[in-house]
Design a protein around this ligand. Structure first.
Ligand code: HEM
Length: 436
């Protein structure tokens, strides 16, 4: 049934589509980025933004930066916010086409969209499970899953690296960590895709409806799982959260509501696999496009793996950009000021090609000495909670592939890859390759 809210959303998306298209056609950076087809090359836009200055204003009201240094200042400033504005005005109101639902939305309602002190309290509760030490305990499990997935590759013909490896690996890892039954993996796969698509603003009413359905389904799914774990606790992250929250000795900072648990689990699920799948997909494609780098990796996988992971994160960052809102003026140095009450699009992938930091930034070089200075995991208070896990997964995945198919001369493209579903999370939906 079409409601009044639906009509309002349909009008808002259509208005913004038109405003963006018109702005983009006349060279506006945000308009160009917003209307760029999913999978198209965004790097010329990032270079253009950087060439116009450290902070560029779009006619649609937002600011943009592709400067490494300016991104860093914004990300670590106490005068910027990750939270939604209560009542945005003007064009911002249109840019903020939210898909409000009664259910818990894993992105809008979780700690990734909150500021201190809420952010600190909620992040602290799950932080310990993602430290380097905690994560390294999962290395054997990640290796077991990687080896099993490769063993299932078709004996003949091409293998779709995304569907057969890059996607199921992080999915199995995160569901095992959270404590989701493995038979639910296919449903989570679909919801993950729908929510990843929702990171971009919705472009139509049907997109809004698909997001609403996914949000409602995930909400119900986690509510059932919580009830189940309360009845029969295990040793997974969910049981630990519930134990903490329900115990008599829980302090005020441990008091999570069911809604907060659902938002946290949803966030871990989406952030935990929609990003890593793209690191593995685009990273492998970039190796194949740069045969000298593939040879270098093949000649010493153990010695080159760390360099490969960091350069893959830098060269084609899975999360291409993010947003912050200034609460006060933020001094970016060198005479630039981000004025109070502005949204700023931080072009992380553009910052990772900033020639002020990275020598010959458009070269894919797995031996680059300072690749780890990338902002693929941002910096500051919201630094990716899963960075150690993502790094470990990529290290294990690529070394296991190199062990299974040591003759890297045979690695090649075996069809046309299809792009993923979002402009923000960049990667492939399919990547047909041959290894033998
Ligand atoms: C290659 C893989 C990954 C990339 C590129 C990535 C990137 C990012 C980025 C850019 C942010 C900051 C977003 C913002 O504040 O605007 C972030 C936050 C986050 N990531 Fe990741 N991520 C990856 C893997 C993971 C994994 C495996 C997990 C596991 C659970 C995870 C969990 C999170 C969480 C919970 C946050 C929110 C942190 C906070 O707000 O304090 N990520 N990630």
């Amino acid at each position: 049934m079409t409601t009044l809210t639906d009509i309002r959303l349909a009008l808002a998306t259509a208005t913004l589509n038109t405003a963006s298209r018109v702005a983009g056609l006349t060279g506006d950076a945000f308009g160009r980025l917003d209307m760029l087809g999913v999978g198209r090359d965004p790097y010329p836009i990032y270079d253009d933004v950087r060439s116009r200055g450290r902070l560029v204003k779009s006619r649609l009201g937002v600011m943009l930066t592709a400067s490494h240094d300016a991104c860093n200042v914004v990300l670590s400033s106490p005068d910027t916010s990750s939270a939604e504005e209560e009542s945005p005005g003007g064009v911002q109101r249109l840019l903020d086409v939210r898909v409000r639902t009664r259910e818990v939305n894993p992105i809008q309602d979780s700690f990734i969209s909150r500021d201190a002190p809420d952010h600190t309290r909620l992040r602290r509760l799950v932080q310990r499970g993602f430290s380097m030490k905690a994560v390294s305990a999962h290395a054997a499990m990640i290796e077991r899953v990687s080896t099993a997935l490769i063993a299932d590759f078709p004996r003949r013909g091409p293998v779709d690296l995304v569907q057969s490896f890059a996607r199921p690996l992080p999915m199995r890892v995160i569901i095992e960590l959270i404590g989701v039954p493995s038979e639910d993996q296919p449903r989570l796969n679909v919801w993950g895709d729908q929510l990843a698509a929702s990171l971009d603003r919705p472009r139509s009413l049907s997109a809004v409806r698909s997001i609403r359905r996914a949000v409602a389904d995930i909400d119900l799914f986690f509510r059932d799982l919580i009830a189940q774990r309360r009845r029969e606790p295990t040793d997974d992250l969910l049981s630990l959260l519930l134990e903490k929250m329900d115990s008599d000795v829980a302090g005020p900072s441990d008091q999570l509501t069911d809604n907060e648990i659902i938002a946290t689990l949803g966030l871990l699920l989406i952030a935990g696999f929609e990003t890593t799948v793209n690191l593995l997909g685009t990273g492998t494609a970039n190796l194949l496009r740069h045969r000298d780098q593939l040879e270098s990796f093949g000649s010493d996988p153990a010695g080159r793996i760390n360099g490969l992971v960091e350069e893959a994160l830098r060269f084609e960052s899975p999360v291409q950009f993010t947003m912050r809102r200034s609460i006060e003026d933020v001094d970016l140095g060198r005479g630039d000021v981000l004025p109070a009450h502005h949204h700023v699009v931080l072009l992380l992938a553009g910052a990772n090609r900033d020639p002020d930091v990275f020598d010959r930034p458009n070269r894919f070089d797995i031996e680059r000495a300072n690749a780890r200075q990338h902002l693929a995991f941002v910096s500051g208070a919201h630094y990716c909670l899963g960075a150690a896990l993502a790094r470990l997964e990529a290290q294990v995945a690529w070394t296991t592939l190199a062990k299974a198919f040591p003759d890297v001369d045979r690695w090649r493209f075996a069809g046309t890859p299809q792009p993923g579903v979002s402009r923000i999370v960049r990667g492939f939906r399919t990547l047909p390759l041959a290894f033998t």
